[in-house]
Design a protein around this ligand. Structure first.
Ligand SMILES: [Zn+2]
Length: 166
């Protein structure tokens, strides 16, 4: 059974990579155009571009607050992921080059690229230990990887369809 064994996280000033800055440019244009995915509350309706290295959703309409997931180094195979919340204004600042970095809590294990704006958010890969007992109700690492692959595959199909429509 996988049991929680949380390792220390370190708060880092993380410079936003160019691919992500460009992507937020698309998101901000979508917000200004009032694209439907930017107006409805969701975890993952916001998907732009062809590379699918990031997605997000409006999590609080009143506060104009969004949550995003980014897969660093432009690789869908990368197990790294950054998760963070941004207000609409912050997205605009990133798109316009005024906001260039975020403060994220980074997993410190083995060059892991899991980072989050919440110190309490666990790293799936390093904050759990196996106590050797079976646990049919918990995801194995393989199941988690497969579910992630399936989700990314859906994203690819969705993006391909959007490209056909527009
Ligand atoms: Zn980690």
């Amino acid at each position: 059974m996988r049991i929680l064994d949380i390792k220390d996280k370190k708060l880092e000033e993380v410079v936003l990579p160019q691919d992500l800055v460009g992507w937020f440019g698309l998101v901000y244009k979508g917000i200004l155009r009032k694209d439907e995915p930017t107006q409805i509350e969701s975890d993952d309706c916001i998907q732009y571009g062809e590379d699918n290295f990031a997605f997000g959703g409006l999590i609080d309409k009143k506060r104009k607050l969004f949550m995003f997931t980014y897969f660093p180094v432009g690789s869908l195979q990368s197990k790294g992921r950054w998760t963070f919340e941004l207000t609409e204004n912050q997205i605009g600042d990133i798109a316009q080059g005024k906001l260039k970095s975020l403060r994220l809590w980074a997993c410190q294990q083995d060059g892991c690229q899991v980072k989050s704006d919440k110190q309490s958010r666990t790293c799936f890969y390093h904050d759990y230990e196996d106590d050797g007992k079976p646990s049919p109700n918990h995801l194995t690492k393989e199941d988690f990887d497969r579910q992630q692959a399936e989700k990314l595959d859906l994203l690819r199909k969705w993006t391909a369809n959007q490209a056909k429509i527009s």
